[in-house]
Design a protein around this ligand. Structure first.
Ligand SMILES: NC(=O)c1ccc[n+]([C@@H]2O[C@H](COP(=O)([O-])OP(=O)(O)OC[C@H]3O[C@@H](n4cnc5c(N)ncnc54)[C@H](OP(=O)(O)O)[C@@H]3O)[C@@H](O)[C@H]2O)c1
Length: 348
C-alpha cells in the first residue's frame, strides 16, 4: 500500500516537535505533501523540514482541502478552530484528524459530533492517551481479578513550570476554550480515567486559579460518580509551588486493589496490585513495569487503517468519545460555580 498523502494545518509547536518526527518515522504509512498556517512563514519553515515543496504551502484552509493530492488533513489548530476544519472536511469529503480537546466549548463539540455522525467520513480526535498500553493491561489483566470495582482516587498534580513553552502560546494565554488548562491537559487525564472505568455520570467540583499566567482556573478537586455506580475523587493541577509531580490512579475492588503510577521520576510506568478481600488474606504485592508504546504513532496508525479500509468504526477516538472528556470538564466548571454541588455530565 502506498503511503497516504497528508496535509498538516497549524504548524506550531506540537506539529513541529511531535507530529513531524512521528510522521517521519512512519514513512511507509504517511507522506506529508501540504502545509498551512495562519502565519505563512511558520508553514514555510515547517515545509522545509518536512520535505514539502514550496508551492504546496497554501494561503487558506479551503485550498488545503481542495488539493486532490491530499488524502487526509492533520489539524493542530487552537481548538476553537476545530469546528471550522471539520466543516471543511465534510464539505470536501476529506478525512480529518484533529488535536484534543475536541472543541472550545460543548456547543461546538456537539456540532462536531453531529457532523461526524451524519457522514461516513473518517473523523478522529487525536487523544493520544486513549492509546496507552497501560489502559489495556489495567482493563484486561488486572480489573477482572479485583472483584467488583467500588472506588478510585485519581491524582495528577505537579509544580508550575515556567519553562513550559506551551504557556507562551496566545490562544492559551487568553483562552477561548472552557477551563483553559483544565480542558487542555485535563481531557488527557479524563480519557485515561474513562477508558479504564467507563463514563462519568456526575461530578461535584471546586476549581480555582493559582497562576495568573494560566489564563483561567488551573486547579480542580472533585468527587465523581461513574455510570456504573463506582465513586471516586479526581484531582488535577500543575500550578502549585515546589512539589513532586505525582500522577497516580488507584482502583479499589472487592477482591483487591491496583495503583497505576506514571510519575515522570519513574524509569518505567508501573502497575502495582495486591489481591485479597481483607488485610488478613492479602497477597504479596505484584508489580508490572510497562514498556509503553509511542501513543502518537499508534493514533496515526489507527487513523490510516480507518482511511485505508474506508471504515470510520475502526477509529478509537471518534468525536462522540472526546465529547465526553470535554463534557466532564464543563460539568466540573458548572459545579464549581454552584459551590461544588453535583452536576450531571451532558451527552452530545
Ligand atoms: N496531544 C498532546 O499531547 C498535545 C500537546 C500539545 C498540543 N496539543 C494540541 O495541538 C494543537 C496545537 O497546539 P500547539 O501547542 O502546537 O499550539 P501553537 O504552537 O500555538 O500552534 C498552533 C498553530 O496554529 C496556527 N493557527 C492559529 N490560528 C490558525 C488558523 N485559524 N488557521 C491556521 N492556523 C492557525 C498558529 O499560527 P500563528 O503563529 O499564526 O498563531 C500556530 O502555528 C492544539 O489543539 C493542542 O491542544 C496536543
Amino acid at each position: 500500500m502506498a503511503p497516504l498523502n497528508l496535509a498538516i494545518v497549524g504548524t506550531g509547536i506540537f506539529a513541529t516537535d511531535t507530529h513531524l518526527p512521528t510522521i517521519k518515522k512512519l514513512t511507509s504509512l504517511l507522506k506529508p505533501v501540504v502545509a498551512y498556517n495562519r502565519t505563512k512563514s511558520k508553514a514555510e519553515a515547517f515545509a522545509a523540514k518536512a520535505g514539502i515543496p514550496e508551492n504546496k504551502v497554501y494561503d487558506s484552509l479551503d485550498q488545503v482541502f481542495s488539493d486532490p493530492e491530499v488524502q487526509f488533513v492533520d489539524a493542530l489548530l487552537p481548538v476553537q478552530f476545530n469546528l471550522d476544519a471539520v466543516k471543511l472536511a465534510i464539505k470536501h469529503d476529506k478525512p480529518i484528524c484533529f488535536e484534543k480537546p475536541i472543541a472550545a466549548n460543548l456547543e461546538q463539540a456537539r456540532e462536531i459530533v453531529q457532523l461526524s455522525e451524519s457522514s461516513e467520513l473518517p473523523i478522529m480526535v487525536l487523544e493520544n492517551w486513549s492509546f496507552l498500553k497501560a489502559t489495556q493491561i489495567l482493563k484486561k489483566d488486572i480489573l477482572p481479578q479485583l472483584g467488583d470495582v467500588v472506588a478510585f482516587t485519581y491524582n495528577a498534580t505537579g509544580p508550575w513550570n515556567s519553562d513550559n513553552k506551551y504557556l507562551a502560546t496566545n490562544w492559551r494565554l487568553k483562552p477561548e476554550h472552557i477551563g483553559g488548562f483544565l480542558s487542555d491537559g485535563g481531557v488527557h487525564q479524563l480519557a485515561l480515567l474513562t477508558d479504564v472505568l467507563g463514563q462519568v455520570a456526575t461530578i461535584g467540583a471546586l476549581t480555582k486559579q493559582i497562576k495568573k499566567e494560566s489564563g483561567a482556573d488551573d486547579t480542580l478537586f472533585s468527587t465523581i460518580k461513574m455510570k456504573t455506580g463506582v465513586i471516586g475523587t479526581f484531582t488535577y493541577g500543575s500550578a502549585f509551588a515546589a512539589t513532586d509531580k505525582s500522577t497516580k490512579f488507584k482502583i479499589y475492588g472487592t477482591k483487591g486493589s491496583v495503583v497505576y503510577d506514571w510519575s515522570p521520576a519513574l524509569p518505567k510506568h508501573k502497575i502495582t496490585y495486591q489481591l485479597g478481600s481483607s488485610a488478613q488474606d492479602k497477597s504479596e504485592e505484584k508489580v508490572i513495569e510497562i514498556d509503553e508504546v509511542d501513543t502518537f504513532e499508534e493514533e496515526f496508525k489507527n487513523f490510516a487503517e480507518a482511511i485505508e479500509k474506508k471504515n470510520k468504526r475502526l477509529i478509537r477516538v471518534p468525536p462522540t468519545k472526546a465529547f465526553h472528556h470535554l463534557a466532564i470538564v464543563a460539568a466540573a466548571l458548572e459545579s464549581s460555580e454552584k459551590q461544588g454541588s453535583s452536576v450531571k455530565v451532558e451527552s452530545p
